[in-house]
Design a protein around this ligand. Structure first.
Ligand code: MV4
Length: 672
């Protein structure tokens, strides 16, 4: 086995490779761009090496710099992860020339699978089933038209050098063929510098099923079953699972044999994926081969109990495959959801920015989370905006679905657009739950996946209000709290105990009134909408159980919520829903200060240093009123809103206790 490897990648896959290396006692070197100087894969690394500025072209794609780093730091091998240099045959060749092991297939195998037409010709000779079509060298319009007519419409024209859905044209009838061909050729030339195309029978309602294969350098090869990656949008996988639903043993054996035939035909070594397109009735056809470890490999690991990166390292080190085909067992079902910083409502446009709040569910034997970011990190515009992969395993598909849903409900992201709620709906949709899979599932289920935004339930404003009050109490270090976290029960500061907190959602203001009573609050809210009416009063209570987590009761309803407040932004997570609204907080920017009705209170003991305005003075919001020295620091208390500083209850030099009402303040336009 290697003593040291270099990981030429970033994010979750770099972290994931590090984990296996560490377990095997292999040292690993991380590389990073300036955008990733503080990233998790760098912080967790045994050793790290800067390779350039943020753009991938100037960092993670700089083959020569990466090879030089590996040599300089004494790594024996380079793991390319996925993306970046992972399917670059020239890089694999250059590694070998530099005396380094490329942890991937031989360059010739990468090249053989690089062109669609050439790969199809090779696969045809190896007896791998293809989609009926034409992939010959004669690219004349007449020949292509004649072949399309022979295949029968609809047909699909694909760029030979294409991939990922780029350069494809569906043609419904012979009369449209020539125009579609010309357009496809133009796109192929522009995108791939190669205008050659192939023509295929267009398959309706196809599924994307891929076989994971592994080959060693001793002539052994096995498959590790299949994955179904049919749930995609714009050729981006969203959910992946293993095994494929409704796959029977005979079909699996056929597909496995075809995948291994494909691998042998190109002299494959290492981890690879043979992609098939499958018709609803189960017939399957070779699409392409991915000559790398794939994003979705964890579902295969979950159903086999194997570590594919360990296998990659062993094979690259010249060891034989650890198991023979008959020793590889399949157990249960695993589903992966890709959590992205993107806005599903805006056609999945990537979002960039800081992960202001990020809480992930607990991992377990049946729930795995692969991520390369933590709270406070940024998703930059330079790389893929994936935040994490969430993988759930179950004895059955239904159990895996349930566990995935539960785990998604515990995945809380605020401050950055993300697809968590979309994934929740997707996993719970009838089509996915019943395994009615095909590549158009997301379009087909559009109505269920994009319901009109539901209003924020009243109780969620109550959660935010009680949470804010509870955190203020905690910050005040009130003796009544006892432990680090505790109930907000009937309590009184040295002032009126009633609180009114105002929120705003879509321009509508909501007021939550909390009146402290034994065991909790009496809660009342202004009725929603224009509906006039009397606010109903209910009993409520909240117990903080962690920094952002609370149990609460409103009336007869018990909740477990997570709340994150930042400036005026309130985020409440309840079950699998996420609500965002604003607090209209006159004190949000005043620091350690708390307002009780009509006043401004000290939150810690201190000494009054200065009174900055005259009693009765009209002040505007943010204007400094008073300075307190507490914990050796000066705190300036400012006007919570435009209004009048009615008077001070303290004098300069006076020692005050926490909760003391310092200033009597009257906001403009209020009577409280
Ligand atoms: C097809 C097809 C239907 N018929 N080929 C899209 C990406 C590329 N790898 C192959 N693709 C397709 N090829 C024939 N003959 C439908 C697709 C296709 C698709 C395939 C796999 C996963 C998602 C897809 C989404 C749309 C279209």
């Amino acid at each position: 086995m290697f003593k040291k490897i270099l990981i030429a990648n970033r994010g979750e896959i770099a972290c994931r490779i590090q984990r296996t290396a560490r377990r095997l006692g292999v040292a690993s070197v991380a590389v990073y761009s300036d955008a990733d100087a503080g990233a998790l894969h760098v912080r967790q690394a045994d050793e790290a090496f800067r390779i350039g500025p943020p753009p991938a072209r100037e960092s993670y794609l700089r083959a020569a710099a990466i090879i030089a780093a590996a040599r300089q730091l004494g790594a024996e091998a380079i793991h390319p992860g996925y993306g970046f240099l992972s399917e670059n045959a020239q890089f694999a060749t250059d590694c070998a020339a530099a005396g380094l092991v490329f942890i991937g297939p031989p360059p010739a195998a990468i090249n053989a699978m690089g062109s669609k037409s050439a790969a199809k010709a090779l696969m045809e000779r190896a007896g791998v089933p293809l989609v009926p079509g034409y992939h010959g060298d004669d690219q004349s319009v007449a020949t292509l038209q004649r072949e399309a007519d022979r295949i029968g419409y609809p047909v699909l024209i694909k760029a030979s050098a294409g991939g990922g859905g780029k350069g494809m044209r569906r043609v419904e009838r012979a009369a449209d063929f020539a125009a579609a061909l010309a357009s496809c050729q133009r796109e192929a030339a522009a995108s791939f510098g190669d205008e050659r195309v192939l023509v295929e029978k267009y398959l309706l309602r196809p599924r994307h099923i891929e076989m994971q294969i592994f080959a060693d350098s001793h002539g052994n090869a096995v498959h590790l079953f299949e994955r179904d990656c049919s749930v995609q949008r714009r050729h981006q996988k969203v959910l992946e699972e293993a095994p494929a639903p409704n796959m029977d043993g005979a079909r699996r054996a056929q597909m496995g044999a075809a995948a291994l035939a494909a691998a042998r035909a190109v002299g494959y070594v290492g981890a690879g994926t043979v992609e098939f397109i499958a018709a609803p009735e189960g017939t399957f056809h070779f699409m392409e081969m991915n000559t790398r470890l794939q994003v979705e490999h964890p579902v295969t690991e979950m159903i086999t109990g194997l570590d594919l990166v360990e296998w990659q390292l062993r094979v690259a080190a010249g060891e034989p495959l650890p198991l023979r085909q008959e020793q590889v067992a399949l157990r249960g079902h695993a589903i992966e959801a890709r959590i992205y910083a993107e806005d599903p409502e805006r056609d999945f446009l990537p979002c960039v920015g800081k992960l202001e709040y990020l809480a992930m569910p607990a991992g377990s034997a049946s729930v795995r989370i692969d991520s390369g970011v933590v709270q406070g990190d940024a998703i930059s515009p330079y790389y893929d905006p994936m935040i994490a992969k969430l993988i759930a395993w179950g004895e059955t598909r239904a159990q895996a679905c349930t566990r995935l849903s539960q785990a998604l409900a515990g995945f809380h992201i605020a401050g950055l657009g993300n697809n968590v709620q979309f994934l929740s709906r997707l996993v719970q949709s009838n089509a996915f739950a019943s395994a009615d899979l095909d590549t158009a599932l997301i379009e087909r289920e559009h109505a269920a996946l994009f319901p009109p935004a539901a209003p924020v339930p009243d109780d969620m404003f109550a959660m935010a209000a009680m949470y804010i009050v509870a955190r203020e109490r905690l910050a005040a270090g009130s003796a009544a709290m006892g432990t680090a976290w505790g109930s907000v029960e009937g309590w009184r500061l040295n002032g009126p105990a009633d609180r009114r907190l105002q929120f705003q959602y879509r321009g509508e203001q909501r007021t939550v009134s909390l009146q402290a009573v034994a065991g909790g609050f009496l809660l009342s809210m202004t009725p929603a909408g224009a509906a006039a009416g009397v606010a109903t009063t209910r009993r409520a209570s909240l117990t903080l159980i962690a920094e952002h987590d609370a149990r609460a009761t409103v009336g007869d309803h018990d909740y477990h919520v997570s709340v994150a407040i930042r400036d005026s932004q309130c985020e409440v997570f309840s079950q699998d829903a996420h609500y965002s609204f604003e607090r209209l907080d006159p004190l949000a920017h005043v620091g350690e200060v708390m307002s009780v009705a009509g006043g401004v209170c000290a939150l810690m003991p201190g000494r009054v240093v200065a009174l900055l305005v005259k009693p009765g003075a009209k002040v505007s919001k943010g204007e400094p009123l008073l300075v307190l020295e507490a914990m050796k620091m000066e705190q300036t208390f400012s006007a919570p809103a435009d209004g009048v500083c009615v008077g001070f209850n303290v004098a300069i030099g006076e020692q005050v206790v926490e909760g003391s009402e310092l200033v009597e303040f009257k906001a403009a336009g209020t009577d409280s």
